[in-house]
Design a protein around this ligand. Structure first.
Ligand code: GUN
Ligand code: FE
Length: 424
């Protein structure tokens, strides 16, 4: 058992920050939270208290959509829209991951930066290469961080050196699962990852739906990100009633827990299908701004009861920090608020923080806040330089969200364990 004392701040609901000044949080040996207390109950009298003084202890971040092999392209190549961006910049970079030495070099840096930014769990696209994907999973295991890692499926409209064979991909997913079941730490697992409909033939989509079902695996992909992409899918899949239906027909749309990134242009029947099937929308506002994709109507999704999480979508997103994703989510929602004549109320800081912690964490189980039985995933934040004038706790949190960065994080915990800096 471990007991930490700090200013405890989390968002068990999107309604606001829950603040416990100089509170105690008790963490069991299995890494889950026993409880949080204003004063320490007698039962814990004999346990040493680790006192973090006036610092903030917050839930760690969860990035529900990020491309590890695009790490080297961060901040580059944002002068095109999605489809030419993929062709010109993204596919050539991903093709390099056939070389395992290169993969290891980049993936170590990628995981190191997730650690730096306080993102303790992530849903990650690797590339279409099995060996490099397994290497990425190994790096996460060594780091002690949680991740769902997807070998990317693609077999059409892409360069030959990135295309994979459906049966080899299915075999790769099965192998990665066996490998992680045997050698993993319970925090890293595979996720079925068709890149998006334009990259996958019906045969591949059908096989991936089958493998997700057979091995009881979650699914992640992209949906209705960009108008040219949506039009292209209509052409490629004339039988599907909407873009989402092209996944749904093959069991890739909520039949297993499913993440769909973007949904900037989802409405009508697609929106109904998302709702009905319990598909998780991953909002990636940095990427949607950079690639001029559009703005996802997040307020509308939330009003409809749709589960929304947050992602960086690096390198469509230009920054690995979930603080930046939170900021963008708030700011683009304010643009929508203004443009809809206030019909769509903007996201509050607490709501966006909730998306980045508890809403995303729920995809991994009980993760993302400080309630009993939740995994202790936490960041110790030292905001001394921001807090020079008796700000309230609420104000300190707002200032950290807008002005803070990785330098403010003093300690990182995942599933109860403090994680030291991973090898780069
Ligand atoms: N759609 C298909 N592939 C990608 C990708 O790598 N990034 C983004 N943002 N959208 C995609
Ligand atoms: Fe993406």
């Amino acid at each position: 058992m471990k007991i930490y004392r700090a200013n405890l701040i989390d968002t068990p609901t999107p309604k606001g920050f829950r603040i416990l000044e100089h509170g105690y949080i008790v963490v069991r040996d299995n890494g889950t939270i026993e409880g949080r207390y204003a004063s320490l109950p007698d039962t814990f009298r004999d346990v040493e208290v680790i006192d973090f003084g006036d610092r903030l202890l917050i839930p760690a971040f969860n990035d529900l959509h990020v491309h590890a092999p695009q790490y080297r392209n961060l901040g580059l190549a944002l002068d095109l829209e999605l489809l030419p961006w993929l062709e010109t910049y993204t596919f050539p970079e991903e093709a390099k991951f056939a070389d395992l030495t290169y993969a290891k070099y980049i993936y170590r840096r990628f995981v190191h930066e997730l650690w730096m930014q306080g993102t303790m769990r992530s849903a990650v696209f690797a590339t279409s290469h099995y060996a490099a994907t397994r290497c990425l999973a190994d790096i996460f295991i060594q780091a002690g961080m949680g991740a769902m890692v997807g070998q990317v499926g693609m077999n059409r409209n892409c360069p030959n050196n990135l295309a994979n064979h459906t049966n080899e991909l299915v075999q790769g997913i099965a192998e990665l699962k066996t490998y992680l079941d045997e050698h993993g730490n319970g925090l890293v697992s595979p996720i079925v990852t068709p890149r998006f409909v334009p990259s996958c033939t019906d045969d591949m989509l059908a096989a991936l739906g089958q493998v997700a079902h057979d091995y009881n695996l979650p699914v992640q992909s992209h949906l209705s990100e960009n108008p040219s992409e949506v039009a292209w899918v209509k052409q490629l899949e004339p039988e599907a009633s909407c873009y989402g239906d092209a996944y749904n027909r093959y069991g890739l749309f909520g039949q297993q827990p499913t993440l769909m990134a973007h949904c900037c242009h989802s409405d009508g029947e697609e929106l109904e299908m998302i709702k009905r099937n319990g598909v998780v929308v991953v909002h990636c506002p940095m990427s949607n701004s950079n690639l001029a994709s559009g703005v996802a109507p997040i307020r509308r999704f939330l009003n409809e009861g749709i589960w929304v999480a947050l992602g960086t979508d690096v390198s469509g997103g230009h920054n690995m920090s979930m603080l930046r994703a939170i900021q963008y989510a708030i700011q683009v929602s304010k643009g929508q608020y203004a443009q809809t004549n206030h019909a769509m109320p903007f996201l509050t800081a607490a709501e966006a923080f909730y998306l980045a912690t508890k809403a995303g964490g729920a995809f991994f189980g009980k993760v993302g806040c400080f309630e009993p039985d939740y995994a202790f995933d936490a960041l110790l934040v030292d905001d001394t330089y921001l807090n020079y004038n008796n700000y309230t706790m609420q104000q300190r949190m707002e200032r950290y969200i807008y002005l803070g960065d990785d330098r403010d994080i003093r300690r990182r915990f995942c599933a109860g364990k403090e994680l030291c800096e991973p090898v780069m």
